[in-house]
Structures are given as C-alpha cells and as structure tokens.
Design a protein around this ligand. Structure first.
Ligand code: HEC
Ligand code: HEC
Length: 209
C-alpha cells in the first residue's frame, strides 16, 4: 500500500513536469506580433549595455567569433522567440541561458527592437544552388503562414558561416527542434553535408579574421 502511494505520488509529479514543459512551448498569435512590435530600440540599447550582450555579440551586433551568431538587422520577432526559448531551455545553450535568465519578456522586446535596427553584415555570396529557391520561400518572408500555422524564419544573409552550418546540422540531427512545425527539421534531413557547406558559404558574411 505504501509503495502504491509513493508510486502514485511519483506519477503525479511526472505528469506535472510534463504539463509544465508543454505550457512553455512558444506559439505565435496576432496579439503577440502586436506586442513585439511595441519594443523600443532606445530602451533596448540601454538594456543591451546593462545585460552585457555586447561582450559576445559586439557593439554593432556583428559577431567576430565563429561560434556566435550576428544579430544586427535580424527580425525582432524571430529574436524574441529565440530569447524566450533560451530562457525556458527549449533551445539549448549554456551561454544564452545565463544571458537570458534575468531578462523579462518586456526587456526582450526592447532589446530585439534595438538589434533589428542595426545594419547587418553584407553577404559575400558563393555559388547559387537550385534548392535556395525553397530556402528563400520561407527565409525571405517576414512571416511563414501555411494552413493557419504561423512562424517566423530568420534572415540568413550575412550570418556567420560556421554558425549557419552548425545550426543546419543541429536541425538535421534534431539537436535543435524549436522550429514550431518541424519544417526546418524536415528540410535539413534532405540535405547532404556538402550541400549544407555550400548553402552556408552562399548565405554567409566574410569569415571573421
Ligand atoms: C556569453 C556570450 C553571450 C552573451 C552574453 C549573449 N549571447 Fe546571445 N548568443 C550567444 C551564443 C553562443 C549564441 C548561439 C547559441 C547556439 O546556437 O548554441 C547566441 C544566440 C543568440 C540569439 C539567437 C540568434 C539566432 O540567429 O538564432 C539571439 C537573438 C541572441 N543571442 C541575443 C542576445 C542578447 C539580446 C543578449 C543580451 C541580453 C545576448 N544574446 C547575450 C552568446 C551570447
Ligand atoms: C518551410 C519553411 C522553411 C524552409 C523551406 C527552410 N527553412 Fe530554414 N528555418 C525555418 C524556420 C521557421 C526557422 C527558425 C525556427 C525557429 O528557431 O523558430 C529556420 C531556421 C534556419 C536556420 C537557423 C538560423 C539561425 O539564425 O539560427 C538556418 C541556418 C536555416 N533555417 C537554413 C535554411 C536553408 C539553407 C534552407 C534551404 C535548404 C531552409 N532553411 C529552408 C523555416 C524554413
């Protein structure tokens, strides 16, 4: 009897953890887009200083470290979602978890507005592949909407080459699975390692010195 009770208590505990995990799953609504649009770049600039984003992402949001993405000129909606997910652990990164721990949701919309307002690094370009038409059909749009399923894809042009490559590999191996409808995971499954390299070269900025 005592064992049964302990077991029952354990099971209840497990269900609660599972439910809490589900509750943190990010979704987009019209209201949330409206909310993110109210982010104020000036407030964001002060927060970027206070929370030391610049230590890793640099003064101008353009990275000079192969493992750190550039965030200048990135879509604020995309960045807001990533920040929320780093904080909740849905997207795994020790550095970004620590950086986000003390930020409120309001802080994030301001800081995202600031980085969006900065000029992105120029794309250097490599050889064009046919599949890029498919990539651009999502990545060149502000919002990806299909069958009432809404999400936001990041701007790829001018990103750090090694970061592009690493993130595609992460989606391919499902080490990163925060794309809401697994669209990016299913695309990357079909890519060979060589294609991933060439796609990364094409979209990237010049490599950091
Ligand atoms: C200690 C270094 C460090 C600090 C401080 C830091 N970041 Fe990051 N940031 C990273 C790294 C590394 C990644 C890539 C994580 C990964 O993919 O594993 C990243 C990723 C991001 C991304 C996702 C970009 C994308 O293309 O998906 C955003 C947005 C971001 N950081 C914003 C910020 C903001 C805003 C701050 C300050 C509040 C900040 N970061 C502070 C290192 C840092
Ligand atoms: C059906 C839409 C769709 C297509 C097609 C697509 N992507 Fe994506 N991709 C996304 C979404 C959505 C995300 C962001 C998921 C998230 O974290 O919220 C993403 C994320 C990425 C990232 C991570 C970037 C970062 O800043 O962290 C890379 C790299 C990427 N895609 C490359 C590609 C390439 C290259 C192609 C073409 C072979 C492609 N994608 C095709 C929707 C798409």
């Amino acid at each position: 009897m005592r064992h049964a009770l302990i077991l029952a208590a354990l099971l209840v505990g497990l269900t609660q953890v599972a439910v809490a995990g589900e509750a943190e799953r990010f979704t987009w609504t019209k209201d949330k887009f409206g909310y993110v649009a109210t982010g104020d770049p000036k407030t964001g600039e002060e927060l970027a200083e206070q929370f030391r984003c610049r230590k890793c992402h640099n003064e101008n949001g353009i990275s000079d470290d192969e493992d750190v993405p550039s965030i200048a000129g990135q879509r604020r909606t995309y960045m807001y979602k990533q920040m929320m997910e780093f904080k909740s652990g849905v997207r795994d990164s020790e550095d970004m978890y620590k950086a986000m721990r003390k930020l409120s949701s309001d802080d994030m919309i301001h800081v995202a507005a600031w980085y969006e307002s900065l000029e992105a690094a120029p794309q250097v370009g490599g050889q064009k592949l046919l599949v890029m038409k498919v990539c651009d059909s999502c990545h060149d749009k502000d919002i990806v909407e299909e069958d009432n399923k809404i999400e936001v894809a990041p701007i790829l042009r001018g990103q750090i080459r090694k970061y592009l490559e690493a993130s595609m590999q992460q989606f391919k191996e499902a080490n990163r699975s925060n794309d809401l409808f697994e669209r990016m995971q299913s695309v990357s499954h079909k890519l060979t390692d060589d294609e991933i390299k060439r796609l990364s070269r094409y979209y990237s900025a010049a490599d950091p010195q």
